[in-house]
Design a protein around this ligand. Sequence first.
Ligand code: GLV
Length: 333
Amino acid sequence: MKPKVYVTRELPERGMKIIKERFDAEVWPEYGPPPKQVIIEKARNVDALVTLLSDKIDAEVFDAAPSLKIIAQMAVGYDNIDVEEATRRGIYVTNTPGVLTETTADFTWALMMAVARRVVEADRYVREGKWKVGWHPSMLLGRDVYGATLGIVGAGRIGTAVARRAKCFNMKILYYDVVPNPQLEKETGAKFVDLDTLLKESDFISIHVPLTKETYHLINAEKLKLVKKTAYLINTARGPIVDEKALYEALKEGRLAGAALDVFEQEPTPIDNPLLKLDNVVVAPHIASASYETRSRMAEMVAENLVAFFEGRVPPNLVNPDVVKVRAPVKLI
Ligand code: GLV
């Protein structure tokens, strides 16, 4: 009998095809996420769950799922999953790292350029009929990205890919992380500094840390007091790393020039989020990895992780390696 898998959304074809062929798979058919209660119900007799970052997977789900052995997440981040609890219960957790690095760095760059050069505002300006004078020396002035100082918070794969782009723009690169990254320094000339120095000296601050207890509201009211009035904040990591209320205050009071946000404390962000009222804020609906190529490969990686586990191998993208001590992968296919 094929292992049972519940998939919380239709994935791109490349991954879905493998999952449907190799497993007894059921897929949540709607565009929006299944309610938690549905996940709990469906988890009752499955061997595996395929999840997205918007599915909260915690002890309540595990309690209902005695035969659950692996959660294959289609994302690099997995803060929606209680990994510690999963490990304790011998449940494998996998993610899809690497493949989305350059795609996410590209989008970070797009947001940075958009907010600094007021691309979205300019688009609205033209469409709304505000363009009455052909050319004016002070129309829609922005800030140069080329040659500016970029502060990268989190020097992992994506932070490093952003730094490589910055090098081509002749930027001075500062970075902060819990440990230095000598490879990043060698490749891009980036300088390791503490977070406060980074915030004080950067013209662009880009967030690339995972969301953890330690990084929750890492950028808060106190930290935002340190930034230059002419600086921009870009967040393509996770919303709760930035205290949105404090960010709004800083922007409104002119203590920060602008922000570009792909992620929010609550997603979807409510339409009355005051940040959406500000012209110097560029927003996107959590799409930094959303290219056809990358999403397709992410789905395929999900399938590869499942196949490896049920062929009795340790999955290639295991995020909780300690789980191996609790349970060995099971050969069911
Ligand atoms: C997207 O945010 C991801 O974690 O892959």
